[in-house]
Design a protein around this ligand. Sequence first.
Ligand SMILES: Nc1ncnc2c1ncn2[C@@H]1O[C@H](COP(=O)(O)OP(=O)(O)OP(=O)(O)O)[C@@H](O)[C@H]1O
Ligand SMILES: [Mg+2]
Length: 334
Amino acid sequence: MWNTCPGLFKSVFRDNQVFHVEHETHFAQKSEPLTGMCIAFEVRIALCCEWLWNPPTIKMGRVIAVANQKGGVGKTTTAINLAASFAAAEVNTLLIDCDPQSNASSGLGFVKDPERVSTYHLLMGAAEADEALQTTELEQLWLIPSHKNLIGANLELVEAERREFRLRDALAAVRERFQFVVLDCPPALDLLTLNALVAADTVLIPMQGEYFALEGISELLDTIERIRAGLNPELAIEGVVLTMFDDRTNLAQQVMGELKKFFGEKLCATCVPRNIRLAEAPSHGKAALVYDPRSKGAESYIRLAKEIIGHYGPAELGVQAPGEQPAAEMDKSA
Ligand SMILES: Nc1ncnc2c1ncn2[C@@H]1O[C@H](COP(=O)(O)OP(=O)(O)OP(=O)(O)O)[C@@H](O)[C@H]1O
Ligand SMILES: [Mg+2]
């Protein structure tokens, strides 16, 4: 656990298959086929140093909604790989699939199962978040999966009490166990996205580096403003991240320039390149850093995780004090 280091880093995989590396050795092994994980170790070392200077306090995890009503811009790819990168940096992370398409669930190898407790049950008040937690291949990553029945929640909740607060209320019971909770939103500004934005502390907006990148963004920003004005005054923008970026084209450079003018400091320094490994990994049910840790795609998401972790101090992230039971030790059968 990075919160009990320096000195010991254990494998980030449940079955100890690949990345069992002592931190003393990793800098000497930069050329080994573990470049992506080396970056993750650097994140951990930076966090350990900060932890030593800033005594930790227990706070609730940061909830980041990955949202953009535009389809196919890389929300799910970002949600899966950002969450996996947080977990690889030994930060307890929960990924919640809030999309009836269930791509975040299948992308982590969860086959469709209507009987499994899912986001639908949380929103309908039919189950507690605790019952919905699924362990994953990464030791510090949990998933609350989705199923296509979630589409019904949009209609079934219309008349319900506190319909916009369902996810926020459900999350309250488990939130403090995680440093980050990542919400993968559907491509719509519907009640599901509204629930995610009300439950969230911040929104991360993936945008494709293309000519129509800014199309529809004012609608999303208006929605965020309206939520701030009423349902969730604390909601902030975590950042805007360029996805499927190809820096060799003039168009991509121009789009980046436009986005920089529009979003200023909110445009993440990390751009995610177009990378075939990112597209292949979900069909193997794996995050890119498990499927191919050396790929440019996996590395870029590890950098993005590092950038976002850098927005917060360890104290803000609710680092557990020594002796506290870490979420990694939670009931594995959850
Ligand atoms: N950086 C990338 N490089 C290559 N392919 C990518 C990249 N990011 C995403 N893709 C691919 O683009 C497609 C759309 O990505 P993704 O599913 O993440 O978008 P989305 O915004 O979640 O879509 P939806 O709006 O339908 O939920 C997928 O096939 C995915 O594998
Ligand atoms: Mg998606």
